[in-house]
Design a binder for this molecule. Structure first.
Ligand code: CS2
Length: 493
């Protein structure tokens, strides 16, 4: 590693332990916490756990800081973030990490391990005892590989040694993420230690939270810009957008940083904010991503630069917005307009292929939940059906021009079996998708109108692919106009 060793005079001691040292954490919770410490001080430095990549943990332990590149069309702004003080890799240090969970200076645990990192059974909304990591961690409590195993090991130690509780904040894009985390932790603990589960209920809190900041995976461009800025290699550099938002349920077991002083909102009920973000921002993101991968647009900004598509996306967000509970005093139209602008940000290279990953973990809460509400109300569901059909093309693994597409999804094999190994007709594929265990728990795929709409969209996309293969001359404009025509046509529920 090319870099200086840590400056131990760094004034703030640690108070937060974070799980999931990815780009999003560095651009979001670390940035807010940095600002809170800059504003009023406090020992709220972060100790972070890398769930998979030991290199990232090493990088934190070799440097005092990293660059946050805030990307705007009018030019980049650089920020130096020093909030992450120390890091561990889960594979190498489970015992030390359990001790850190039990440490007196740690008051808060924050978590960004992505949707698939929770060992969640979508059918029961409880613990997935068939998940290999959950199984491993239940059988090997002293060498856990996953989130639940390490949390429960650490909480057990904390109960035995310190006795005071903790606040555990999930910051992943899952509905009611705090309630979900609490249920999973308790179910995991109860398998072997009912007393620990009771202690957790008594002493710990699990506030729900809504987090938002568009943060693409760092690329060589990011790292080069950061190198120029810092004058050294900066393996932790992150690029992000100017906008950031964090809404947290006001339910803490102990103290917290002055996050409220730097724009974090504390509310009684986060759910309306979560649903809004999941269905409008994240739902639109998945729509854009699968349009992009099918039509070979590289980034979100490229899809949004096409005026037909940007108005389709805007329309989709309007329809998604109609499924939401009201947030008093909140202007949904302004939120939507701001989202369109954020997606259009030409300085952000947010790859469609990045957002396209893990569709099985994302579409239920982003697309299916809202589609079911609209369907039950007899309302138009075409953009939801089209997103689903575009996802099916993504699973098939080819763009409209025939280039291969990788499928990155924990359910990849099951999805491929359903979509590729049936007769291949759009109808059979749609039925097969709907029958996958745990993919969709809203009963959407039992509804004839939904099936008809997805099948119709899938047929359209299949036809575009065949026409392209046969003539070799169809242009991107042709495909775009055919998709638009489908939208305006009568065949949708
Ligand atoms: C994106 C999110 O990759 C994805 O699935 O939709 O990471 C999105 O960029 C963030 O939730 C924005 O806050």
């Amino acid at each position: 590693m090319n870099g200086t060793h840590r400056d131990l005079s760094n004034p703030h001691k640690t108070g937060i332990l974070h799980f999931g040292l990815g780009a999003f954490h560095r651009a979001h919770q670390a940035d807010f916490t940095q600002d809170a410490m800059d504003a009023v001080g406090g020992d709220w430095g972060i100790e972070a756990v890398s769930m998979r990549d030991a290199k990232l943990a090493n990088a934190v332990n070799h440097h005092n800081d990293f660059s946050l590149l805030v990307k705007r069309p009018e030019g980049d702004a650089y920020k130096r973030v020093t909030a992450i003080k120390k890091a561990y890799s889960l594979a190498d240090n489970p015992t030390i990490i359990a001790q850190r969970i039990a440490a007196a200076n740690i008051h808060i645990i924050t978590i960004t391990v992505t949707e698939k990192g929770y060992g969640l059974d979508r059918i029961t909304s409880g613990l997935d005892t068939k998940d290999p990591i959950v199984q491993h961690d239940l059988a090997n409590p002293s060498s856990p590989k996953g989130l639940l195993g390490i949390l429960v090991a650490g909480l057990d130690l904390r109960k035995q040694t310190l006795g005071t509780g903790l606040t555990l904040i999930s910051c992943d894009n899952l509905p009611s993420n705090g309630k979900l985390l609490k249920r999973l932790v308790l179910e995991f603990a109860r398998v072997s230690n009912g007393e620990l589960a009771n202690w957790i209920v008594d002493k710990c809190t699990f506030p729900c939270s809504m987090v938002d900041r568009i943060t693409p995976a760092s690329t060589d461009v990011t790292l080069n810009l950061a190198r120029q800025n810092l004058g050294r290699d900066d393996p932790l550099a992150v690029e992000t957008e100017p906008f950031r938002q964090w809404v947290i349920e006001d339910d803490f077991a102990g103290p917290r940083p002055a996050w409220d002083r730097v724009g974090v909102t504390f509310v009684k009920n986060v759910e309306p904010f979560e649903l809004m973000k999941l269905r409008m921002l994240n739902g639109a993101h998945s729509f854009i991503a699968y349009l992009g991968t099918f039509l070979e647009f590289t980034a979100v900004r490229d899809v949004m630069a096409n005026s037909s598509f940007s108005s389709l996306i805007d329309q989709h967000m309007k329809l998604a917005g109609e499924t939401l509970p009201e947030i008093h005093g909140f202007n949904l139209d302004a939120y939507r307009a701001a989202l369109v602008e954020r997606f259009k940000n030409t300085a952000i290279d947010h790859r469609c292929i990045q957002i396209a990953m893990d569709g099985s973990q994302k579409l239920p809460q982003r697309i299916f939940a809202a589609a079911k509400i609209r369907l039950d109300a007899g309302k138009n569901i075409s953009s939801f059906a089209l997103t689903t059909a575009l996802w099916m093309k993504h699973i098939e693994g080819k763009t409209v021009f025939g280039a291969p597409l990788p499928l990155n999804d924990p359910m990849a094999e099951t999805l491929k079996t359903a979509i590729i190994q049936c007769t291949g007709s759009a109808a059979d594929q749609t039925h097969a998708l709907g029958k996958i265990d745990g993919l969709e728990t809203y009963g959407l795929f039992t509804k004839p109108e939904w099936l008809a709409s997805v099948i119709s969209a899938k047929k359209l996309l299949d036809r575009l692919e065949t026409q392209q293969a046969n003539s070799g001359e169809a242009t991107i404009e042709f495909h775009i106009s055919e998709i638009q025509w489908w939208f305006m046509g009568p065949i949708k529920a």
